[in-house]
Design a binder for this molecule. Structure first.
Ligand code: G3P
Ligand code: CA
Length: 391
């Protein structure tokens, strides 16, 4: 209880204090980010579609699980609804990973469109408004993964995904992909003739994402922009200096916009060209080290050549299950991580299982801050020994 003789002092403090600087910053005035920063001393753990090995892909729950498990970046594929709202979803059709087939009112929307030169039939995302998409629920893609979350989570928007990253208890980067830009620009129209890429960058800017790789702004809100379409990457280079990653598909698949072959886009002359726009490449891992009979063959020189061009390499996609693991790894995903990090020397890994990659890196690598404190300790011990000798 307050003693009455203290009251005048408290009243005086309250009156004078109201105009003075508070002892501690008010929450609304504290612009410093006290969260644990992004680690930059070991290959990036990129949570592919969230922790989708456990929870249906690209849902809020999958992203939150990935953040809990130690992701440096959460990855997403950006598409658009019919009414031009950017959403997080991988396929241009809703068939494989939602319960769209259960909605009788949408039965007549099934149709056929050409996508990257191939006729596809299904319920296309670009034929549904955001309000309609929000009625659906997402399912696990693979039958051998946990099915208990099927039908529980909604499709989320690009803005909702960004909010999840910004609300994380430590700094977590975003890694959005401009998905199927040729198809999206054909089917969705925005006011003023704006392109998909314009809306994509506008959204990033709205939430403060800016700055070149490792700049102060970037470290505060890290983001990599990725695309399989080089013209999209070149176009957005005029809109933002955020770092970009050029995705490279399988050896048989030409680029969706420029129709260039794998050989062409992995040539030294092309790497020389694209490095003006991107900080790295994201190849399918089985093209970096080709596979025969489910065994790895000799590694190509793509990683060495990319590094020689000062380009990072972030291959996709690492998956823990036996069905995806090549026989060399003896059904052990940790051996696969070890091979790609220690032998091939990649700079980031897209994984469906963020938790296993995080565990592997925690067990095998000291973060630089730990290195620093270990060094500091050694210096302290050395100086103590020196002063003991002098004494
Ligand atoms: O974005 C990296 C990797 O995700 C590319 O493949 O098909 O999973 O988007 P995809
Ligand atoms: Ca992707």
């Amino acid at each position: 209880m307050l003693e009455t003789r203290s009251l005048p002092i408290i009243v005086l403090l309250l009156i004078t204090g109201s105009a003075a600087r508070p002892f501690f910053p008010l929450p609304s005035k504290d612009t410093e980010d006290h969260r644990q920063p992004l680690q930059t001393s070991r290959p990036y753990n990129i949570a592919h579609r969230g922790s989708n090995g456990e929870i249906p892909e690209e849902t809020a729950a999958a992203y939150m699980r990935a953040i809990e498990e130690g992701a440096d970046f959460i990855e997403t594929d950006i598409l658009s609804s019919k009414d031009g709202v950017l959403i997080c979803f991988h396929d241009v059709t809703l068939d494989a990973t939602t319960n769209i087939a259960d909605f009788k009112q949408f039965a007549n929307r099934k149709t056929t469109y050409e996508v990257q030169g191939v006729n596809m039939t299904g319920w296309f995302i670009v034929d549904f408004t955001l309000e309609e998409l929000k009625l659906l629920r997402v399912n696990q893609r693979y039958p051998f993964r946990d099915q208990q979350y099927n039908g529980k989570f909604q499709i989320i928007t690009f803005e909702e995904y960004i909010a999840i990253a910004l609300d994380a208890p430590r700094v977590v980067g975003i890694y959005p992909e401009i998905k199927n830009p040729v198809f999206i620009n054909q089917h969705v129209k925005w006011p003023g003739g704006k392109r998909f890429e314009d809306i994509f960058v506008k959204t990033l800017k709205k939430y403060g994402y800016k700055g070149s790789y490792l700049s102060k702004e970037w470290l505060r809100q890290p983001a990599f922009i990725q695309s399989f379409a080089p013209t999209s990457l070149v176009y957005i280079s005029n809109l933002t200096d955020l770092p970009k990653i050029f995705l490279i598909d399988d050896v048989t698949v030409p680029t969706q916009d420029t129709n260039q072959s794998y050989a062409e886009i992995t040539s030294d002359s092309y790497l020389d060209y694209i490095k003006e726009y991107v900080v790295g490449i994201g190849p399918w891992k089985d093209t970096v080290v080709p596979v025969e009979g489910n065994y790895l063959t000799m590694a190509t020189d793509l990683v060495a050549r990319a590094h020689a061009h000062n380009l990072q390499v972030h291959p996709y996609t690492y998956r823990n299950e036996n069905i995806f693991l090549h026989f060399n790894f003896h059904q052990d995903p940790y051996q696969e991580y070890d091979y790609w990090i220690s032998k091939i020397g990649v700079d980031g890994l897209f994984t469906d299982f963020t938790g296993s990659l995080h565990d592997f890196q925690e067990w095998t690598t000291l973060l630089s801050s730990n290195d620093d404190s270990a060094l500091e300790l050694l210096h302290k011990i050395a100086s103590m020994i020196q002063s003991y000798k002098r004494g």
